[in-house]
Design a protein around this ligand. Structure first.
Ligand code: IPM
Ligand code: MN
Length: 348
C-alpha cells in the first residue's frame, strides 16, 4: 500500500504520441484475444497519428513450468519504465491456484502501486443480459475498486494447522491515505463522467465497524470539502448485489474496497452480458497502469477461436484513454458500439 500523495507528476498524453506498451498475452485464451486487440489498436493508431512500440513478455504459466520464474526482478524493472501494460490472462490448469495469481497479477498491482481497479459495467446493444426487461439504457455504471489494500495485503496467519483447533486469520487492512486516494479518484472520475454525478460507497459498516467507519467518514469528509457537486450515497454490499440485479439503472459510480469490488464486478460482468465483454484497468494514475479483459484464461477454449475478443478490445480502449489519448480511446469504444448495434455480431 502506498500513500495518498505522490511526488510523481500525473501522466498525460505524450507530446510525441509514441507509446511503449508491454504486451503480456499470458495463459490460455489470453494470447488469441490480445492479438485481436492489437489489430484494433494498430488501426486506431494509424488514423490518430499515434505510434506504439510493442514489447513482448512471455510471463505466465508456460514460462513458470519451464523455468520456475514468475516475475523476474529484471522484467519488473523494465515494466516500471513502460507507458502501459496490455495483459491477456493469467492462470494455468497445471499450476496450483494462487501461485500465478499472487506471484504475477497481484504482485504487479502491488509493485506498480496500481491502486485503482476500474471496471465499467455497460450493456451494449444486441448483447443479451440475463436481466429481464433491462436494456442498454439501464445498465451503464462504473465500479472503482480499491486494488492494493484490504484482505489482499495477505496479512494474518495460521497456527496449529492440521490440528483440531487450527486457527487462521486474514486481515482487512486499510490506512486513511490508502482509502482517501481511492475515494478522491472516484470523486474525480464521477465529476468527469458527468452523468448523475452520484458516488455510491459500497461497504458493510453495520458489521465491519472499524474499516467501514474509515471508508464512510472519508467518503463524507472528502465529498463535503471538495466535491459538493457530487451526490453522496451509501449501500451495504449485500444490498448492492440485490440492487445491481433489481435496479442497475440506479448506479452511476460505485467506489468500494478490494474484496467487495472483486465480487460485485463479477456480478457486473454477468449483467452486462458476460466475461467476453468485460474489461478492466489496474490504474496507477501517476505511474504504469495495466489493462486486461477480466474473463480469465479459459483453458478449455484455448485455440478454438471461440472466445469473444471484445473485452480485450475494450481494455485497449481504456488503455488509450488512461494514456491521455481520449479521442482514440473513444473511437475504440464507438467502434465496439457500432459493431454490436449493427447486429453483425450478435451473441457473446
Ligand atoms: C480479478 C481476479 C483476481 C482478483 C484474482 C485472479 C487474484 O479475480 O482480477 O478480479 O481477485 O483480484
Ligand atoms: Mn475477480
Amino acid at each position: 500500500m502506498g500513500s495518498a500523495s505522490s511526488a510523481q507528476k500525473p501522466k498525460g498524453a505524450n507530446k510525441d504520441k509514441k507509446y511503449r506498451i508491454a504486451v503480456m498475452p499470458g495463459d490460455g485464451t489470453g494470447p488469441e484475444v490480445i492479438a485481436e486487440g492489437i489489430k484494433i489498436l494498430k488501426a486506431v493508431a494509424a488514423s490518430e497519428g499515434l505510434s506504439f512500440e510493442w514489447i513482448p513478455y512471455d510471463l505466465g504459466g508456460e514460462r513458470y513450468k519451464k523455468t520456475g520464474e514468475i516475475l523476474p526482478g529484471s522484467a519488473l524493472a523494465e515494466l516500471r519504465k513502460v507507458d502501459a501494460i496490455y495483459l491477456g490472462a493469467i492462470g494455468h490448469p497445471d499450476v496450483k491456484p494462487g501461485i500465478l495469481e499472487k506471484g504475477l497479477l497481484l504482485q504487479l498491482r502491488f509493485e506498480l502501486d496500481q491502486y485503482i481497479n476500474l471496471r465499467p459495467v455497460k450493456l451494449y446493444p444486441n448483447v443479451d443480459s440475463p436481466l429481464k426487461n433491462k436494456g442498454p439504457q439501464d445498465i451503464d455504471f462504473v465500479v472503482v475498486r480499491e486494488n492494493t489494500g484490504g484482505i489482499y495485503t495477505g496479512m494474518g496467519g495460521a497456527s496449529m494447522v492440521g490440528t483440531k483447533d487450527e486457527v487462521a486469520t486474514q486481515l482487512m487492512v486499510y490506512t486513511r491515505p490508502v482509502v482517501e486516494r481511492c475515494i478522491r479518484y472516484a470523486y474525480e472520475f464521477t465529476r468527469k463522467r458527468n452523468r448523475k454525478k452520484q458516488l455510491t460507497l459500497v461497504h458493510k459498516n453495520n458489521v465491519l465497524t472499524h474499516c467501514g467507519d474509515l471508508w464512510v467518514r472519508t467518503h463524507k469528509e472528502v465529498g463535503d470539502k471538495d466535491y459538493k457537486d457530487i451526490k453522496q450515497d451509501y449501500n451495504h454490499v449485500d444490498a448492492c448485489t440485490m440492487w445491481m440485479v433489481k435496479n442497475p439503472e440506479f448506479y452511476d459510480v460505485i467506489v468500494t474496497e478490494n474484496l467487495f469490488g472483486d465480487i460485485i464486478t463479477d456480478l457486473g460482468a454477468m449483467i452486462q452480458g458476460g466475461m467476453g465483454i468485460a474489461a478492466g484497468g489496474n490504474i496507477n494514475p501517476e505511474g504504469v497502469s495495466m489493462f486486461e479483459p477480466i474473463g480469465g484464461s479459459a483453458p478449455k477454449y484455448t485455440g478454438k477461436n471461440v472466445i469473444n475478443p471484445l473485452a480485450a478490445v475494450c481494455a485497449g480502449g481504456m488503455m488509450l484513454e488512461t494514456l491521455g489519448e481520449e479521442k482514440a480511446g473513444k473511437r475504440v469504444e464507438d467502434a465496439v458500439f457500432k459493431l454490436l448495434s449493427s447486429g453483425k455480431m450478435k451473441s457473446l
